[in-house]
Design a protein around this ligand. Structure first.
Ligand code: NAI
Length: 249
């Protein structure tokens, strides 16, 4: 129960890695507000799962590309819990991919709006509150593709490299005020997003992994629990990489 009594807001939390993070946080004793775009059935089932773990939980609607929507999500979380100890910016999208000379700029913009601006909005609206309290744990979801980009996915790789850089930049702004900002860079993880790139590409990548398989969302979520805990107080601006050995450093 290393998060006992903590209040967490997980943005992009209804399915996949975000959902596993919500579950792991609740199992570690945290109250969990989770926000996502649509997905009413997933939200209802997750809410029931979290409340069954004897923590407070609330499901919210958010579109991370809309700053007002993100601000409202933060306001409603504060209204419910009184304060926020932990923020996870996890919403993300990808595309089927294309080489840069065939890039569709609407797809490019959509990826950057969700993956990068969404993370920035989340931090912008929670940090003033964390500064007032002198405590906070912020964890952004980047990707191993920030460190080891692949071809045909320039927008996604660049957006995640930007999340890693943004994390390190903001971490320096707030570390002395008791707030840590770090990111998790998952490798290939068994969620709906994994297969967007196509089965042939994914299976070839999985076969080349040292561990020889995709990660499960709960194997990735444990990194968030650690970074959210007081055990990680000296981690500032770091990238943690649960990735089955694809990128080693
Ligand atoms: P997923 O597709 O299952 O989950 C993505 C979540 O983001 C969904 O809940 C979705 O509704 C939410 N979302 C998308 N657009 C949104 C918006 N405008 N506003 C609010 N929420 C929005 O995928 P997965 O795999 O769970 O992804 C979670 C994070 O992990 C993403 O940031 C992704 O880029 C990242 N990631 C995933 C990897 C994988 O292999 N699955 C590897 C590395 C990073």
């Amino acid at each position: 129960m290393i998060l006992k009594g903590r209040n967490a807001l997980v943005i992009g939390g209804a399915v996949g890695i975000g959902r596993a993070v919500c579950t792991a946080f609740a199992e570690a004793g945290a109250n969990v507000a989770f926000a996502d775009l649509g997905k009413p059935d997933d939200k209802a089932s997750l809410l029931a799962e979290l409340r069954a773990k004897s923590v407070d939980a609330v499901a919210l609607d958010v579109d991370v590309t809309d700053e007002i929507s993100v601000a409202e999500t933060v306001r409603r979380t504060l209204e419910r819990f009184g304060h926020i100890d932990i923020l996870v910016n996890n919403a993300g999208i990808t595309s089927s991919g294309a080489p840069i000379h065939r890039q569709d700029w609407d797809v490019w913009s959509a990826i950057f709006d969700v993956n990068l601006k969404g993370v920035a909005y989340g931090m912008k609206h929670v940090i003033p509150h964390m500064l007032e309290r002198g405590y906070g744990r912020i964890i952004n979801t980047s990707s191993q593709l920030a460190h080891k980009p692949v071809g045909n996915h320039g927008a996604y790789c660049a957006s995640k490299a930007a999340v890693t850089a943004l994390t390190a930049s903001v971490a320096q702004e707030v570390a002395s005020a008791g707030i840590t900002v770090n990111c998790v860079c998952p490798g290939m993880t068994n969620t709906a997003m994994l297969w967007v790139g196509g089965a042939e590409f994914v299976n070839a990548k999985l076969a080349a992994l040292p561990i020889g398989r995709a990660g499960e969302p709960d194997e990735v979520a444990s990194a968030y629990v650690y970074l959210a805990s007081d055990l990680a107080g000296f981690f500032v601006g770091q990238s943690i990489s649960p990735n089955g050995g694809d990128v080693m450093w």
